[in-house]
Design a binder for this molecule. Structure first.
Ligand code: CO
Length: 463
């Protein structure tokens, strides 16, 4: 059976390798070639791209999406959405989730891959309902990890729930690149025997096993796999598109991608990559295979973040200690999969534990909220001892975390009525107020600066 390929160069590829710094212009410059390759879809939006646009690039993420859509005629556009967290790092009320999904689809997204870090189905309900309501293709991703509770039966059970919830396809999201080839074969075989919707595999090359894992998953009947073009593939990113195409060429799985167009796109992307290599944004370590992640279960993005965090604090020599502390923190917290926002939370706690010289001497507020159940139910129960250490006698909630969040849209719209000119602007503020507000103020001052207004008046006079 022919395998379909989703290209991630323009989202996860640059998120994993260059901290999501690719600009809209750079993305647009390669789309004509990428659109001709024959991919099933292009992952171009969501994840950290939204935050990065506003925070680092002074760009409007919505404008980026519209510009990408205008240049992509043949291939579906895909985004990554963190369920009730959307593209942020906390839960948003249902009105914001609903409108965000609506606007993402309106502005050009075809397929929404939605997941919850804890695989808590309650956190997916609102976004899934919205995707279906507004006519998007709904893919639900299972956050893959290994732990005493993350067994094959656990994933089979979860997959059944996902299919029941109405997903059009299911993704095994191995954000850490820890899925081993034989485990992938077993997992995909079990899932194919259980559910009827197509199955996609998303993994990372960090540990050096991803290509083998993909091959075994294909042999077990996986329908779609994620790859990235060579300049933004491999290392902490996805396996390389061209290599996978060569490997499968002529077999019954042949994705039949246009190699010539792939090479043209890769040539352009290589120039972009080289600029980030020269500036130091691309750390060569991110391109080196690191089998240690198979031991420590650390995703690529988290690994590069930990490296830069420690480097900034002059403590890069503590990397090994931090990587050893991560699984211990994870066990303390009931084995959450290491994916945003939990990867950052667990990573930060591990860094604090190591650098302060005493475990849990300082505890970030997010970790306390997690233990209170505000992110969802941890995969395994947290011990009473650990709970007391982190939140004392405070209560743990049992309802859906977003249940008690009040609608926010109208209030934000009112509060910033002078600043916002669209629902999309309101959503940007809802997600990232501290960076979206300065961005919108700056945009407004540029648009309405006196010289420009004068120019418009002058032109009008001539008409
Ligand atoms: Co990923």
């Amino acid at each position: 059976m022919q395998v379909k390929i989703v290209d991630t160069s323009l989202r996860d590829g640059h998120q994993s390798l260059i901290a999501t710094r690719m600009t809209t212009d750079e993305i647009l410059s390669v789309l004509p070639e990428i659109d001709e390759i024959g991919y099933y879809a292009l992952e171009v939006w969501g994840g950290a791209t939204f935050d990065s646009c506003l925070r680092f690039l002074n760009e409007d993420p919505w404008e980026r999406l519209r510009a990408i859509k205008a240049k992509t005629k043949k291939t579906k556009l895909q985004m990554l959405l963190r369920g009730q967290n959307l593209l942020g790092y906390r839960n948003y009320p249902d009105d914001i989730v609903n409108l965000f999904v609506k606007k993402a689809i309106e502005n050009g997204i075809d397929i929404i891959r939605v997941f919850d870090a804890l695989n808590d189905i309650r956190n997916l309900e609102e976004s899934v309902a919205a995707i279906k309501k507004y006519g998007g293709e709904c893919q639900i991703a299972l956050s893959y990890t290994t732990s005493p509770v993350h067994t094959l039966d656990y994933y089979v059970d979860l997959a059944q729930k996902v299919e029941k919830l109405g997903a059009d396809s299911l993704c095994i999201k191995d954000m850490a690149g820890v899925l081993l080839p034989n485990d992938a074969y077993e997992l995909v075989s079990r899932l194919k025997a259980t559910i009827n919707i197509p199955i996609e595999l998303h993994t990372h090359s960090t540990g050096g096993v991803a290509e083998m894992t993909i091959m075994k998953a294909i042999e077990a009947g996986v329908d779609i796999v994620d790859t990235a073009l060579s300049p933004f593939g491999s290392g902490t990113s996805q396996p390389t598109s061209e290599s996978i195409q060569y490997a499968l060429m002529g077999s019954k799985y042949d994705p039949k991608l246009n190699i010539e167009k792939m090479n043209e796109a890769a040539e352009k992307l290589a120039k972009i990559r080289d600029r980030y290599l020269e500036s130091g944004t691309l750390n060569v370590k991110a391109l080196m295979q690191n089998p240690n992640i198979l031991k420590y279960q650390v995703p690529g993005g988290m690994l590069s973040n930990l490296m830069s965090q420690l480097k900034n604090q002059g403590a890069i020599d503590k990397l090994e200690d931090v990587l050893k502390e991560v699984p211990r923190v994870r066990a303390d917290l009931g084995y959450p999969p290491l994916v945003t926002p939990l990867s950052q939370m667990v990573g930060t706690q591990a860094v604090i534990n190591v650098l302060s010289g005493e475990r849990y001497k300082m505890i970030p507020n997010e970790i306390k909220e997690y233990v209170k159940g505000l992110y969802g139910t941890p995969p395994a129960p947290i011990s009473d001892e650990m709970r007391k250490l982190i939140i004392g006698d405070e209560e743990v909630i049992t309802y859906r975390p977003a249940d008690k969040l009040k609608p926010q849209f109208e209030e934000i719209k009112k509060n910033y009525q002078d600043l916002v000119s669209s629902d999309e602007d309101v959503l940007s503020i809802a997600l990232f107020e501290s960076v979206a507000v300065p961005f919108l103020k700056n945009r407004k001052s540029v648009v309405s600066s006196p010289s420009k207004v004068d120019e418009v008046v002058e032109i009008n006079l001539y008409i």
